[in-house]
Design a protein. Structure first.
Length: 143
């Protein structure tokens, strides 16, 4: 499961890893203020957004911060069996014949918490965003 979790998050962003000294101090400080007990962190940067990947209680998590230390989004890998009945119902109704290939929970201060579900029917892939009630908020075809 851990290997699947790492591959899932790696699929979101494949960019070179950075050393801590390459991260703006404000972003480092903000991350460590929110997560003081986390010491093993892998950092990447894409278009001015710094992503920290780290483990808490065996769960792979991410935090995206800007150079000023503002948290943009935080996420964690979930298991398919963690989907709620409402989420499963929405996915089954909207995407019959698709199977779940990845699940992730994300939260932002502005938009709240969502569940991102990656689906595939063998030919097509789609990323679905579900709100806290399990309703579809967005869907994006993937290549």
């Amino acid at each position: 499961m851990l290997v699947r979790a790492i591959l899932l998050l790696s699929a979101f962003s494949i960019v070179p890893r950075l050393w801590a000294q390459d991260i703006p101090q404000a972003a480092l400080d903000a991350f460590h203020e929110r997560h003081p007990d986390v010491s093993a962190v892998e950092w990447t940067e894409e278009e001015g957004i710094y992503r920290a990947q780290y483990m808490v209680d065996g769960i792979l998590r991410t935090a995206d911060l800007d150079a000023r230390g503002h948290v943009i989004v935080e996420g964690r890998v979930k298991r398919e069996e963690d989907l709620t009945e409402a989420e499963r119902s929405t996915l089954g109704r909207e995407y019959p014949g698709y199977r779940v290939t990845g699940v992730r929970s994300t939260s932002t201060a502005a938009r709240g918490t969502f569940t991102e579900v990656m689906l595939s029917d063998g030919k097509n892939k789609v990323e679905v965003l579900l709100d806290e009630q399990g309703r579809m908020a967005a869907a994006n075809p993937r290549k």
